[in-house]
Design a protein around this ligand. Structure first.
Ligand code: MRU
Length: 361
């Protein structure tokens, strides 16, 4: 992704140093963090200096590689520390399992180099999968544009290049469409409580020149009723075998509103977001509780640029903060993956990823 004429990924290796963009500083400041060790990587994931399911996986992989530089015997311990940082995005466990499987059988002296190579491969593959998601999703947008002349997309949270290594998931087809000259406009849900839409998605789309409008989270249903949304596309943090989708809190309500208005609701993901062990997403996917402070307080700059943290909830009132919800597969029009589009169902996923399913008896 280009920012100010420079190509960035969300995590990269530079002269042996692992670097990330600090997303807690955006959109106010572009700050780059060096991750010195596995603890710094775990801290970055836990505090959401980096966030978004695929990026969490890639940074955890680099974190494990940094741990191998310090103590190659501490493989399982470092993996456990990184695994405990956030519960909902399955990409974290997926990346750590892959790293451990690659490293566990190696002599200690060979682990550090092999770990950095594997983490780099995970990052490169994520960027390639997200680019492919863009190509697989483009025909949906091109079809609407061909029929209507213009496409209005609604998206929730941030499923752009900041949430991945590059390109994004839900935003990848949008970037492709814009670059192909399609007249596209994006309704960006602000995504309370952390405002990943207002802060990050708007920043990304603005940097790429994609026309967009930030809306309060509650505005989407109204816009759908009045013909101002043609299609919804979101990302995912974990997709169950049944096609149930865990994504940022509020996604489910958008899917309900889309269904009531007869609008397509698509979910974009790379295969690292699949959890085929879980059948019923509502019952089986752990939902992160991020604590009340994200709801009770907000941070932003005043007119001089000075950042302030202010309370927005009445003193003494309690707040609850489930970070994700699960949209049942029946509300999802389909999944956009790096291998193609499919129904949100076990049958659909089997068609695209036969090798990930045990042979049927
Ligand atoms: O809590 P976050 O910001 O890590 O949640 C991110 C999301 O829910 C994204 O929509 C999801 O990871 C999409 S993946 C590109």
């Amino acid at each position: 992704m280009m920012i100010g004429g420079r190509h960035f990924r969300s995590v990269w290796l530079e002269g042996g140093t692992v670097r990330v963009i600090d997303q807690t500083a955006l959109p106010w400041k572009l700050a780059i963090l060096d991750l010195a060790n596995a603890d710094a990587a775990a801290h970055a994931i836990r505090t959401m200096q980096i966030r978004g399911a695929p990026l969490i996986g890639a940074v955890a992989a680099f974190g494990l590689a940094l741990a191998m530089r310090q103590d190659p015997a501490a493989l399982q311990e470092a993996a456990a520390t990184l695994r405990a940082t956030r519960p909902t995005a399955v990409n974290l466990a997926w990346a750590l399992d892959r790293m451990v499987a690659r490293l566990a059988g190696l002599p200690l002296a060979g682990r550090a180099d092999a770990a950095m190579a594997e983490a780099t491969a995970i990052a490169d593959e994520d960027a390639a999968m997200c680019a492919a998601i863009g190509a697989q999703g483009l025909p949906l947008l091109a079809g609407i544009a061909a029929a209507k002349g213009r496409v209005n997309v609604l998206t929730h949270c941030n499923a752009g290049w900041l949430a991945t290594v590059d390109h994004g998931t839900a935003l990848s087809p949008i970037y492709r469409a814009h670059d192909a000259g399609i007249d596209i406009h994006v309704w960006v849900d602000e995504t309370r409580p952390r405002n990943q839409g207002a802060g990050l998605t708007a920043f990304e789309l603005g940097a790429h020149g994609v026309p967009h409008t930030v809306i309060a989270d509650n505005a989407g249903g109204h816009l759908m009723q009045h013909g101002q949304v043609d299609i919804c596309i979101t990302g995912a943090d974990r997709v169950a075998r049944s096609g149930d989708v865990a994504n940022k809190i509020g996604t489910y309500l958008k899917a309900l509103a889309a269904r009531d208005n007869g609008l397509p609701f698509w979910v974009a993901l790379p295969q690292s977001t699949l959890d085929l062990e879980i059948e019923d997403g509502v019952a089986g996917i752990e939902i992160e509780d991020r604590g009340d402070a994200e709801v009770t307080h907000m941070t932003g700059p005043d007119d001089t640029g000075a950042l302030h943290r202010i309370r927005v909830v009445a003193p003494g009132s309690q707040a609850a903060n489930p970070g994700f919800d699960v949209t049942p597969a029946r509300l999802v029009t389909g999944l956009i993956t790096e291998r193609g589009r499919c129904e949100a169902s076990e049958t659909g996923l089997r068609g695209l990823y036969p090798e990930r399913f045990a042979p049927q008896r």
